[in-house]
Ligand binder design. Sequence first.
Ligand code: HEC
Length: 251
Amino acid sequence: MSQPPFHLRSLNAGVRLGLTFLCFVILGGYAASLRHLYLHDNKRDERPGLTVDDVKGVYHGIRSKSPILAALERGHPESLKQPERDGLIKWLTGKDVTKVFDDIDLGDKAPEAIIAANCRSCHAKTAKDPIGRTVPLETPDEVFKLAASRDISPNSVEIVTASTHVHALSLGSLGALLVLMAACTRWPRMLTGLLATACGAGLLADIGGWWLTRHHADFAYMVIAGGGAFAGSSVILLLLILADLWLPKRD
Ligand code: HEC
């Protein structure tokens, strides 16, 4: 098998020290990106936690009806009388869903009272119906999670263009550098080759996926898989480079 034209390990100590510090800076950058991703995008789908819906929200937008509203409109539960059903529908399609929920002025027509009387016989953790454990409607938070209709706009084309311009050029160059440096280490060609492929394909899938997700929300999975592959392979490449720089020289 062909040997790389030169070995990172044969560089003088000053250069290797410089590369080492820069590798640590890049590792810190990855940690910051991860934190940024979490802080910036995790609320995008208006529900806590970073999920695929957040990615769909950023690049595709989300339009979804409140699950409670959908259930009421399809006639669920059959036992609910029309005035109560209309009251809940009015509440869910009106403003201030959280405020009106337990409005004392509404008395037993308040949504909270209607739900207590008509839903919790099944939708409670202690109810016989197993739905009570998967879809409880006991606390206000449990209700609000299913009460919100979502209409989330995706980032504008201008923002995604600006983000592509910054990320494609900087991460593309960074990835190329890592791949080239890793190719000049002692590690098996098979290993560095696989990581290099994951790194390049991952970034292409990630950034390409932003644009594809605009048209089809399911490409959000490609964004996540691509981003994960790029970040994961980059970190491993960095660690391999660091190890090669300082492990004893091999002939
Ligand atoms: C007789 C028991 C019973 C009562 C009473 C009942 N439900 Fe249900 N509910 C179920 C079952 C079982 C399901 C799952 C099957 C289905 O969707 O019909 C369900 C499903 C739902 C879902 C769909 C959850 C999802 O994942 O989208 C919502 C929302 C819901 N119920 C809201 C309500 C509300 C609001 C009330 C009161 C106005 C209510 N239910 C009263 C038994 C009940």
